[in-house]
Write a protein that binds this ligand. Structure first.
Ligand SMILES: NC(=O)c1ccc[n+]([C@@H]2O[C@H](COP(=O)([O-])OP(=O)(O)OC[C@H]3O[C@@H](n4cnc5c(N)ncnc54)[C@H](O)[C@@H]3O)[C@@H](O)[C@H]2O)c1
Length: 318
């Protein structure tokens, strides 16, 4: 069989770079693209010299350059996104342009080039403050962030495209993904703040927000399981763990990993860390488990690994 070729968007980002590692291991050739707004080439530096990997700096908002990336591609793994819920409170167009328009540009180019498979990084944020927990894929949500809204709209565009093109789609709704190369989010923030002041830690909200922290290699494994085993034209899967952690528990783990004690906690108060922060995220993962996937790393171990990586890679010290 000929070598399969993947286009990975957001390839220089946190999860994208891990997916590139895995696809190369599976024998794919990969064209990675990224506008390097958040992504870093150092996330791919360990792959320098790998003849099956090519990288192109491009911005998916530009339909013409997206068209140029598609010829010869067998599957698109679309991970590029504007993924900052807080900045979109002031910049209302960022999610629309980097997420929805970028996805539309890919869909149009794929339809034209007859590339059939689109694997999409969606998010648990699309469920808003879900009233049903564990939340199944069929839940009809109300949106609480422009980020979630743009991801749900992207999923909807993929569904509609499958009606008039050959495109099939696999949307994976990730909970909090953590691990090596992650440079933002609560763990990174705690390490940075404690590096600056080891006596006091500011916690956004009341510390009781409860989320599911999944290790990045479990997330990548879940993506490949769903993609290779599910065969509908439109597929959607939650990716999460079954052991939730509160923000206070995440703080306990980070404080312990940093070898600190007696840290005072200063809460900003309220059930949410910021507008659009959904206080309790608890997804059903039964659908993916039925295909044989299981998360291997416990949430508290994933958080500890991430804290150690952040400490070793200069969170707050850069
Ligand atoms: N990390 C998580 O916990 C999490 C949770 C749910 C969903 N997701 C989704 O997973 C995907 C990867 O997330 P991540 O944590 O690796 O984030 P990341 O910021 O590290 O990766 C996203 C990449 O997309 C690139 N990018 C942004 N806009 C672009 C554009 N217009 N054109 C080309 N490249 C562009 C950025 O430079 C970055 O490298 C995103 O789609 C995100 O929404 C992440």
């Amino acid at each position: 069989m000929d070598e399969l070729k993947a286009l990975v968007t957001g390839a220089a980002g946190f999860i994208g770079s891990h997916l590139v590692d895995r696809l190369l291991k599976e024998g794919w050739s990969v064209l990675g693209v990224d506008n390097l707004s958040e992504g870093r080439l150092e996330n791919l530096a360990h792959l320098n010299g790998n003849e099956r990997l090519a990288f192109r700096k491009l911005d998916l908002r530009d339909a013409a350059v997206v068209n140029e990336a598609l010829p010869g591609v067998d599957a698109v793994f679309h991970l590029a996104a504007h993924a900052n819920i807080r900045t979109s409170l002031v910049d209302h167009r960022a999610d629309l342009e980097h997420n929805l328009i970028a996805t539309l540009n890919l869909l149009e180019a794929m339809a034209r080039e007859r590339v059939r498979d689109l694997v999409f990084a969606s998010t648990s944020a699309i469920y808003g403050e879900a009233t049903l927990k564990p939340t199944p894929e069929s839940y009809m949500p109300v949106q609480t962030s422009l980020y979630g809204a743009s991801k749900l709209a992207s999923e909807a565009y993929m569904q509609a495209f499958s009606q008039f093109s050959e495109i099939s789609s696999w949307s994976f709704r990730f909970s909090n993904v953590v691990g090596e190369r992650m440079r933002r989010g609560v763990i990174h923030d705690f390490v940075r703040k404690l590096h600056e002041n080891p006596r006091e830690l500011e916690i956004l909200g009341d510390g009781k927000q409860s989320k599911e922290y999944i290790y990045v290699s479990d997330c990548v494994e879940a993506i490949l399981t769903g993609y290779t085993k599910a065969k509908e034209r439109v597929n959607a899967f939650n990716i999460a763990v079954e052991d939730n952690l509160t923000v206070d528990e995440v703080a306990d783990i980070v404080i312990s990993e940093m070898g600190l004690s007696g840290v005072r906690r200063k809460y900003t108060g309220g059930p949410r860390g910021w507008i659009g922060d959904n206080p309790v995220v608890h997804l059903s993962i039964e659908k993916l488990k039925a295909l044989g996937w299981r998360p291997r790393v416990r949430a508290r171990d994933a958080v500890a690994i991430t804290a150690r990586w952040a400490m070793a890679h200069g969170a707050g010290g850069e």
